[in-house]
Design a protein around this ligand. Sequence first.
Ligand code: DP6
Length: 326
Amino acid sequence: MQNKACVRAHTNIALIKYWGKRDETYFLPMNSSLSLTLDKLYTDTMVSFEEDLAGDVFYLNDELQGEKETQKISAFLDLFRKEKKTTAFARVESHNHVPTAAGLASSASAFAALAGAANRALQLHLDPQTLSTFARRGSGSATRSIYGGFVEWDMGTTSDDSFAIEVDDASWDIGMVIVAVNKKAKEVSSREGMKRTVETSPFYPAWTQAAKKDIVSIKEAIAKKDFIRLGEITEANGMKMHGTMLGAEPPFSYWEPDSIRAINIVKQLRKEGIPCYVTMDAGPNVKVLCRLSQAETIKTALLSCFSADKLIITGPGAGIRELTAT
Ligand code: DP6
C-alpha cells in the first residue's frame, strides 16, 4: 500500500480578510474571505505513515522540530488518522520555499501541503473542497491554499460547508509585489490578535458588516475583470481590518514606519497613473496588488526605500499538486 506522498501548496494573500472566529475548535470564521494564491511562495511537504514509528516525527527545513511544533502537527494528523481509522504515526518533512527575505513563511501553505500529503499518503481520496475543510482545522487561511488564483472561503453554516471555492484563475495580468519590511517574529500572533479583536473591539461588528458587503463587491469586480475596483476594495478592506485592532483592549497594531513608507510610494505611483493597491496582514509587510506587467516598474519605485532582497514579485499561483508518490 502506498503510505507516502509529497505535496506542494502555495501561500495566499487575502484581499478580503479573515479576521475572527465564531468557533475556535473548528476554525469557523466570522466572515467569508477571498484571496489570491501566489506562485513564488510555497511549501513542499512529504508525509510517510510508518507502522514502526513510536510517535510522529517532524522536520522543518531539514531540522528536527521539538515537542511543541510536533504536537501541532500530530493534532492535525489525528483528523486524517480518524478518517482512515488508523493509529500509524507519521514522518513529516516540510520545506518552505520563500525567496530571499524571510518572515513570510506561512501557515496557509504549511497546512494545505500537509493536508494534501496526508490525504494522498492515506489514500483517503478526499475531494479538494472536503480537503479544504480539513486544511482549515490547521489554520484558517490554509483553507484557501488548496486552490489557485482567486479563491473564496465561504464561511458556511457548519464545519462541513465552511470550505474554499475557486473563483477565477487570475490569469488577466494580476501580480503582487511583496515588501518584506521586517522578519522579526510578531508580538501578537494572528490567532491571538483576531481573538482579542473579536472579544474587545467595539469596531468589530462594523467589520463583519463591511466584510459581508466587500465580498460581494469584489466578486463582481473579478467577474468583470475590473482591476481598479478590485484594488480599491482590497485596499479598503485591509485598512478596515487594521482599524479594528486599534479599537481592541489593549490596542495593538502591526504597522511599522517602513510599512507607511511603502504605502506612500504606492500612493505616489497611483498619482502617476499606475494602478496599484496595498494590503497588509498580521505583520508589517506590505503587499502591493498590481498588474503583473507593471510589477517591475513598481519594484523600481520601491527600490528608492527598500533593498532588492526585500522586494518579491509574484504572479498567481496554482492549487496543491502532488510531487512524488512511492
Ligand atoms: C490577517 O489563518 O493565520 O492573514 O486560523 O488562527 O491559524 P488561524 O489564523 P490565520 O489568520 C490569517 C489572518 C490574516 C488574514 C487572512 O489571511 O485572511
